[in-house]
Design a binder for this molecule. Structure first.
Ligand code: 6GU
Length: 225
């Protein structure tokens, strides 16, 4: 998989890709991530990338031309499955979307800033818009890093234990059951007996029950569908 990230702040998004699982995925050649500084495609000697909005109002808007130039250059080099725009005014990211995206070959992720991008960017180039939740971040960069983490860890071969992504919370619309490690007893708090019983069918049943109870208490909305 190849991911091209277009941003006004590459420095804000690069470091998560230099550590842990995201780094290992790249080292293994399972994904390549490329950053493009929108400023490099800016207009004139000031490399202008934003302007005030028509109709008035506070906040700058990212201009159409620099984004067009950058996306067109990328598209001239290869075909893209999706051009994703990170914005709070979109459908919220979920595990299903992450699963779908993990199967794509080439994607572009555009991150907004300031007041966002000229609407015509969205009309002309963007194929999918994603928010990561109902709150506002200063820019789409951190949201793009969140999206990439959720997607990249699902690419086959990225996680050491092939099955571990499958038992994650949300993979099956249930929250994860509680987990414990040594010591079996600590300051009077003991690990549930069943987990130390060695009876694996019983352990599975206990975990399924706990997952359901947790979901019912914390996220009943997940049980609706
Ligand atoms: Cl994708 N961008 C911004 N700026 N804020 C957000 C977001 C995205 N998702 C939730 N809040």
């Amino acid at each position: 998989m190849r991911i091209d990230i277009i941003t006004v702040s590459p420095e804000l998004i690069q470091s998560p890709f230099e550590h842990s699982i995201l780094k290992r995925a790249q080292d293994k050649g399972l994904v390549s991530v490329h950053f493009h500084n929108l400023r490099d495609y800016g207009l004139g000697s000031y490399k202008q990338i934003d302007d005030t909005q028509f109709g008035g109002g506070a906040g700058m808007v990212l201009m159409l031309e620099p984004i067009d130039t950058c996306i067109s250059e990328l598209k001239s080099q290869r075909d893209y499955d999706e051009v994703i725009y990170m914005t709070p005014d979109a459908k919220t990211l979920n595990q299903g979307t992450a699963n779908t995206l993990s199967l794509k070959e080439n994607i572009i992720i555009l991150t907004g800033h300031y007041k966002g991008v000229d609407q015509r960017v969205r009309d002309l180039f963007v194929t999918k818009e994603i928010s990561i939740g109902d709150y506002v971040l200063s820019g789409g960069e951190l949201a793009a890093a969140v999206l990439c983490d959720a997607v990249i860890r699902l690419i086959p071969g990225v996680l050491g234990d092939e099955t571990s992504a499958l038992t994650d919370s949300f993979q099956d619309n249930l929250l994860s059951p509680p987990v414990y490690t040594r010591p079996a007893s600590y300051k009077g708090l003991t690990v549930p007996e069943v987990l130390r019983s060695g009876n694996f069918p019983k352990i599975d049943a206990w975990r399924a029950d706990q997952a359901y109870e947790r979901t019912k208490n914390i996220r009943p909305d997940l049980l609706d569908d």
